[in-house]
Design a protein around this ligand. Sequence first.
Ligand code: SF4
Length: 219
Amino acid sequence: MEYAEEDYLMLSGIQHFLFCRRQWCLIHIEQVWAENLRTAEGRVLHDRVHDPFFTESRKDVLYSRAMPVHSGRMGIAGECDLVEFQKSKSGVALFHREELYEIYPIEYKKGKPKESECDVLQLTAEAMCLEEMFLTEIKEGALYYGEVKSRQKVVFTDDMRKRVIEVFSEMHSLMNRGYTVKAKMTKSCNACSLQDVCLPKLAKNDRAAQYNREIPEGL
Ligand code: SF4
């Protein structure tokens, strides 16, 4: 099945969704946005990477920055921070180029490597879009972390690809229903730019109040 273009979701939304489903719903379904220091710093790094004049080539590698990507199969569209096209006999043909190239996506992040799967799955989604666009298989890519200035190799496994498909399919289902999941206070709330809009403490108190109301008198 292919999604219609008007139903495409933002690829980068997978970051919000994996951080907190409600955060994604507030931003992408209810169109609420708030910026805290963390998101602002992340944007500065991205703005630098997303300089369209930065596209260049060195020796056997072509670099494409802020490259638009999409997938009709997953119904998503977005941008890759950086895609390296490395000359290789087993690569794919590119428009106006005689040689063949292997494709290597790189995603830039402000902080340090995380335990959560969000960065790795965003990069996997980008690779899957590129695979669909260039009819090829991409075995690996990399995450670059600004705080520690290091590049981490990511090998795309079948499990990671399956997980990406599941996540976007859940996002499409929520978007179709226009349903915003309820707030649930977690550790993520302290680092969330939407705390003042979401009011997770209030939801927690609401649930406590409802629980108290449901307890019969005298118990
Ligand atoms: S405040 Fe907490 S529950 Fe609300 S959107 Fe942010 S992380 Fe999610």
